[in-house]
Design a protein around this ligand. Structure first.
Ligand code: HSE
Length: 290
């Protein structure tokens, strides 16, 4: 039983803990019933007990009051870890879907969203990993309400990924406890503009609509040359934002241009090494391969 789960990019600027999108970059997870549980990742065997895929697998069994069936989980990972591209969410969704398959349970995606967001703590990465596209997810008294959005235009998402890790928990610690009314209005207005612009295909306003006062500036301080890179990407694309908790910066583009080539030239003067992945939106979420 093999599953592939897409990478995701959360927040999309102002939509902190709410907006996310799925990308055509994948981790694959294969579940094989065995005598004891273990993980095999790129030919390396490890214990399953502390692994997020396995923990999510077990949580799902517990949720349905079932005795855990031992499995070997083979992982083929392509999503860079701790880079703001949803690798944890992919593992969580992979583990849950693996449990559903082993339990022979109907793959109810809304039910899977509920379990996944309880494990992750916020729904903005797991939701697009499950449903694909761009998602809006709202937690109402513990229940998730979601809308799926297909942007009118066909965009490229260029992921600028530095060669250092940033854990989400560390990147959440630097955020303030409270925000001013001005900052709240700033983000509400940008989020509404962003969603309407994506639906209407209005690229003119994307740059402004990706602005944020909730997390980007605070997290930017953890990323060498953040302001410089942001300025460069904003000047050379439709707009950019910090992907998830960072450190990846995502630029949106709608044309074949020299952005990547120019960035590599520009990045020679930066303090850390950056690589660029050219991605598209995934429109289906997780898939069962066999
Ligand atoms: N919304 C989350 C955050 C995404 O920004 O912390 C990362 O999991």
């Amino acid at each position: 039983m093999k599953i592939r789960v897409p990478a995701t990019s959360a927040n999309l600027g102002p939509g902190f803990d709410t907006l996310g999108l799925a990308l055509n970059l994948y981790n694959e997870y294969e579940f094989i019933k065995s005598d004891e549980s273990k993980i095999i990742e790129n030919d390396e065997v490890s214990l399953a007990v502390d692994n997020l895929i396995y923990k999510s697998f077990c949580k799902t069994f517990e949720k349905f009051n079932k005795k855990i069936i031992p499995v070997t989980i083979k992982v083929n990972s392509n999503i860079p870890r701790s880079r703001g591209l949803g690798s944890s969410s992919s593992c969580i969704v992979g583990g849950i879907v693996g449990a559903y398959l082993i339990l022979n349970r109907t793959l109810d995606r809304d039910e899977i969203l509920q379990i996944a967001s309880e494990i992750e703590g916020h729904p903005d990465n797991v939701c697009p990993a499950i449903f694909g596209n761009i998602t809006v997810t709202v937690n109402e008294n513990g229940e998730n309400i979601k809308n799926i959005i297909k942007p009118k235009n066909n965009y490229k998402f260029l992921a600028f990924i530095p060669d250092f890790l940033l854990n989400t928990s560390d990147a959440r610690k630097v955020l303030p406890k409270n925000y001013s009314k001005e900052d709240a209005v700033f983000n509400i207005s940008r989020t509404a503009l962003l969603i309407s612009s994506l639906i209407l295909g209005d690229d003119e306003n994307l740059k402004i609509s990706l602005e944020d006062k909730i997390h980007q500036d605070y997290r930017g301080k953890l990323i060498p040359d953040f302001d410089k890179i942001f300025e460069f990407l904003n000047a050379n694309s439709l707009g950019c934002y910090l992907s998830g908790a960072g450190p990846t910066i995502m630029a949106i583009s709608n044309c074949d241009d020299d952005l990547i080539k120019n960035f590599y030239e520009f990045s020679k003067e930066l303090r850390v090494k950056w690589e660029v992945l050219e991605l598209k939106i995934n429109t289906v979420g997780f898939e069962i391969l066999d």
